[in-house]
Design a protein around this ligand. Structure first.
Ligand code: GTP
Ligand code: MG
Length: 298
């Protein structure tokens, strides 16, 4: 049987469930997830390996209107993710109404050369009666290959998604060793895990102004020693992140450590610091120091 290998870009508005699906398809946590929009900031690559197939997924930051330097970086990384792509998965949130703006955007992608499949997410959390009129809005889109309602939570139609993707993958040898699940480093995933825990634990209090920098990542035989700093934009945010007698920071540390230990399959010693860097999202230099580097994406 011919081996197939290709690239798939996952696009859509913030918070529709892109990273959750990527983790599901790959079978491992590669990209962090939170109930807040704009969780993903970089392109994250996840690789699905099967006997006769390798799919390289690019999880992108949600598409939204640009504001600051970080937003512009995220937008550029979406454009970058479309170069050399064999299939676009455009995701809509099945629990929300579909807006004309979204439909126009899908039409624009469908007018291009790359085939487009529409995925409608979170159908575990809606009813057919509510979903049906929204799906009907997609009728006006031409050139769309498939429309697949699915749920990452209960697994509905994940097999259909995989089968559909396979049809669009070109005959080609694997691009990566077939036991790899990502091309991002463990060090990067560790920083993202810490950011994820902070986003979940700080839910309402802190907007998106946090970033995580790993200062030390030392893997020894029995233990990995990690030292990381959480950057926030304001002094009062720092107090909230630290919490009463350090309780919030401790919780972020404990939960992050467990996830990182699971990823590395090893004991982890994690040290966390909190620092204020005002308006880091407006500064190219600070953004790039914190891992959002424009030079990476040209
Ligand atoms: N009910 C339900 N919720 C889901 C499902 N998939 C994801 N979610 C939730 O939707 C929220 C957003 O998920 P993400 O995977 O971070 O979404 P995203 O599209 O990657 O978001 P950005 O990175 O911000 O663009 C989280 O709270 C998820 O738990 C699903 O299948 N069903
Ligand atoms: Mg995401």
């Amino acid at each position: 049987m011919d081996f197939r290998c290709g690239y798939v870009s996952i696009l859509g508005r913030p918070n529709v469930g892109k990273s959750t699906l990527l983790n599901k398809l790959v079978g491992q946590k590669i990209s962090i997830v939170s109930p807040k929009p704009q969780t993903t900031r970089n392109i994250v690559t996840g690789i699905l390996n099967q006997k006769d197939l390798q799919v390289i997924f690019l999880d992108t930051p949600g598409i939204h209107k640009s504001k600051n330097s970080l937003d512009r970086y995220m937008e550029k990384s979406i454009q970058k993710s479309l170069e050399g792509i064999d299939l676009i998965l455009y995701m809509l949130d099945g629990t929300k109404r579909f807006f004309q703006e979204d439909i126009d955007e899908i039409k624009a992608f469908c007018a291009g050369e790359t085939p487009v499949v529409i995925l409608v997410s979170k159908i575990d959390d809606t009813t057919f009666e509510k979903l049906y009129p929204e799906l009907a809005k997609l009728n006006s889109i031409q050139n769309v290959q498939e429309i697949i309602p699915f749920s990452s939570f209960n697994g509905k139609n994940l097999d259909v998604i995989k089968e559909t993707i396979k049809k669009f993958m070109p005959i080609s040898p694997a691009m990566y060793p077939t036991d790899t699940v990502t091309d991002v480093s463990e060090r990067f995933i560790a920083s993202e895990i810490i950011r994820e825990k902070a986003l979940w634990l700080l839910q309402q209090e802190i907007p998106h102004g946090i970033a995580v920098e790993i200062e030390k990542f030392e893997q020894k035989d029995k233990i990995t020693k990690i030292s990381a700093t959480i950057y926030c934009e304001k002094d009062n945010h720092k107090k909230i992140i630290i919490g009463n007698a350090g309780s919030t920071l401790k919780k972020i540390g404990e939960e992050s450590r467990k996830d990182i230990e699971r990823m590395l399959n090893q004991k982890v010693f994690l040290e966390l610091w909190v620092k204020v860097k005002e308006r880091w999202r407006d500064s190219d230099i600070l953004s790039s120091n914190l891992g959002y580097d424009k030079r990476d994406i040209g």
